[in-house]
Write a protein that binds this ligand. Structure first.
Ligand code: F6R
Length: 624
């Protein structure tokens, strides 16, 4: 939820920290702060501001930004509030009462009230409402008691803390030292080629500009990062932990807007290219012109996947919508029963999981706390866990037994777009490959669908060409207070996703329904004020969708319809139509979701809202 950065080296730390915070701002943006520990100062220099990182940037004096050529340690944080309102007092870093320890934290300390009472009994006072200040003073308490050994104090404090955390901590007496730790919240340490600079981040994006050598901390590990020394990592029982230094491969251009006004629209337009990357080396055209699907995860776990009689998909939000499409794909192509569960519900309801079941966990970030907990439960019950993840090296990617990366590159806009189509593409490849291996689809169906899948990026380009038209048609709808999204079959999850996109970034209430459900209740809402988005592409239920539209028309509802190219009938009923190229029914969501994304984007932009960082949301939900 929050973003953490850290720097240890001889460059000017403030600009590095600020730049890193900008790159992590998608994780939270209600307040931000940095703390610096320089030789020339007798105490930490602390800067905090409410709101975006740019507010923080504006209060840091130039002489602090330009300080160079002396060893300095710095930590920074961009916050998504959990305990206490967004304010300067609640912003991180938090300073201990003694002023000797400073700390940033991502996560929630669940027993903070109990710990706070114990600290108050020992004379500690608090300046904020946060659980983080409690953790900071707890570290301080042990630090004072144990002869000022910071690593030991962090270990002692974390042994008392219940909850989730990624933390970075500095001590005033040593400006060449940072201690960091994680449990259920990600933390990455970057090491410069010359081993003379260290970077800390909630993910690798703030450090790829400087180094590609990284260590991904594991749960309940504490790292000692000290200039002039190798990184040392211990477990919470103080035993030394083994770790690998990995090469991270992140494309820096993916972190910029590339000429677009917002990340969201850039990422919408990235989709054809992303899907090509996602399918590269996986949907393969053989010399004889036929197709094959090569998925190493499937190859390595073939026996177990083929044996599975029951698949459970766990995910949240947009990834859950991709899961609903995955259910239809797997059931249609593999004839295996599939359930789709909200990870947050699954983890708490003692679900029936058998040893031969396969649990598919879908996550863009790979860090969603509920999905991670669902995986742990599935593993305890002996199921095979298959991850469909974007975040390379993320917690979910590491926790899964096997899986497939979607490879769509970093998604910065908070509203998920390219990750959704990447997830659906992976689910399609998986269903096709498994169905082929099981013999539940014919060779002809397999070949035809593989071929059509390779055509999707081109067809997406055609949908994207309608961006200006969608922008124009969105104008009258910016004043709407409610929207309905209706679709059937493969388009029903797309209706849900369309409604979620609009809610998230335009703050207009929207609901998605299976179109035929309309008459069972939602039709009561329909009047001349109500825009209704119909996903009405050609398939066997096309005529039934037209009947639903007529029901809306006779109640004066305003219809926006997504139709198949060349459709003659619906333009007579709808106020606005958006055409998508014809494709196979199972692949329609990959095209029909694009108008949903563009419509939500243009409505939000016209309302003057911040589409990349909508209020109250964070990109990566690492708390329950
Ligand atoms: C919606 C959105 C969220 C995420 C959800 C799961 O645009 O981004 O609904 O889909 O928080 O996140 P991941 O996929 O990272 O597990």
């Amino acid at each position: 939820m929050c973003g953490i950065v850290g720097y240890l080296g001889s460059q000017s730390a403030a600009p590095i920290l600020i730049k890193g915070l900008h790159q992590l701002e998608y994780r939270g943006y209600d307040s931000a702060g940095i703390a610096l520990n320089c030789e020339s100062e007798s105490s930490f220099q602390l800067f905090k501001a409410k709101g975006k990182v740019s507010n923080l940037e504006s209060i840091i004096p130039d002489e602090v930004k330009m300080r160079d050529n002396m060893p300095v340690a710095g930590i920074g944080h961009t916050r998504w509030a959990t305990h206490g309102e967004p304010s300067t007092a609640n912003a991180h870093p938090h300073l201990s009462m003694s002023g000797e320890v400073v700390l940033v934290h991502n996560g929630i300390i669940e027993n903070y009230k109990e710990l706070k009472d114990q600290l108050i009994d020992r004379g500690y006072t608090f300046q904020s409402q946060t659980d983080t200040e409690v953790l900071c003073n707890l570290v301080d308490l042990y630090y004072q008691q144990n002869g000022k050994n910071l690593r030991l104090a962090v270990v002692q404090a974390l042994n008392k803390a219940i909850g989730a955390y990624a933390i970075a901590v500095m001590e005033q007496k040593d400006n060449q030292h940072i201690v960091c730790a994680r449990k259920a919240s990600p933390l990455v340490i970057g090491i410069s080629e010359g081993n003379d600079e260290f970077f800390i981040g909630s993910d690798a994006t703030p450090m790829v500009e400087y180094t590609h050598k990284v260590i991904y901390l594991d749960d309940e590990q504490v790292a000692d990062v000290r200039l002039g020394h190798e990184v040392e990592i211990v477990n919470l029982d103080q035993s030394l932990a083994e770790f690998d230094v990995k090469e991270v491969d992140l494309d820096i251009t993916a972190l910029t807007k590339g000429g677009f006004p917002h990340f969201m629209i850039k990422e919408i337009f990235d989709q054809p290219h992303c899907l090509e990357n996602c399918m590269r080396g996986r949907v393969v055209r053989l010399d004889d012109g036929t197709y094959d699907i090569k998925l190493s995860a499937l190859h390595n776990f073939k026996a177990k996947l083929i044996r599975a009689r029951h698949v459970i998909i766990v995910a949240c939000g947009t990834s859950w919508h991709a899961g609903l499409i995955g259910k239809q794909l797997i059931e249609e192509m593999c004839r295996i029963r599939v359930e789709v569960e909200y990870a947050s519900e699954f983890r708490y309801r003692n679900p029936v999981i058998e040893k031969d079941d396969v649990v598919i966990a879908i996550s863009q970030s790979g860090e969603t706390a509920d999905t991670l907990a669902a995986i742990q439960l599935a593993k305890e019950k002996g199921a095979l866990v298959f991850g469909i993840v974007n975040g390379v090296g993320s917690s979910i990617a590491r926790a899964a037994d096997t899986g497939i990366y979607i490879h769509v590159g970093p998604e910065i806009g908070v509203a998920s777009t390219k990750a959704f189509t990447g997830q659906v593409t992976v689910l399609t490849m998986l269903a096709l490959a498994l169905g082929h291996a099981l013999g539940t689809i014919s060779e002809e169906y397999f070949q035809q669908t593989c071929h059509e899948l390779t055509q999707i990026p081109l067809k997406m380009e055609k949908v994207l060409q309608q961006n200006d038209a969608i922008c124009l048609l969105s104008t009258p709808f910016t004043f709407a207070r409610n929207f309905l999204y209706l679709g059937r079959g493969y388009n029903y999850p797309v209706a849900l996703e369309g409604a979620l996109k609009l809610k998230e970034i335009s703050y207009i209430h929207a609901e998605g329904y299976p179109a035929a459900e309309m008459k069972h209740g939602p039709i009561a809402l329909v009047d001349a004020e109500m825009p209704i988005v119909f996903l009405a592409t050609h398939h066997e239920l096309y005529q039934k969708i037209i009947s639903n539209m007529q029901e809306v028309q006779s109640r004066k509802g305003r219809i926006i319809a997504v139709v198949t190219e060349g459709d003659q009938e619906i333009s007579k009923i709808a106020q606005a139509t958006i055409e998508i190229p014809a494709t196979l029914n199972a692949l329609v969501p990959l095209l029909s979701v694009l108008p949903m994304q563009m419509l939500a984007y243009h409505v939000a932009v016209k309302k003057g809202l911040n589409v990349d960082m909508p209020r109250n949301l964070a990109k990566s939900v690492t708390v329950e």
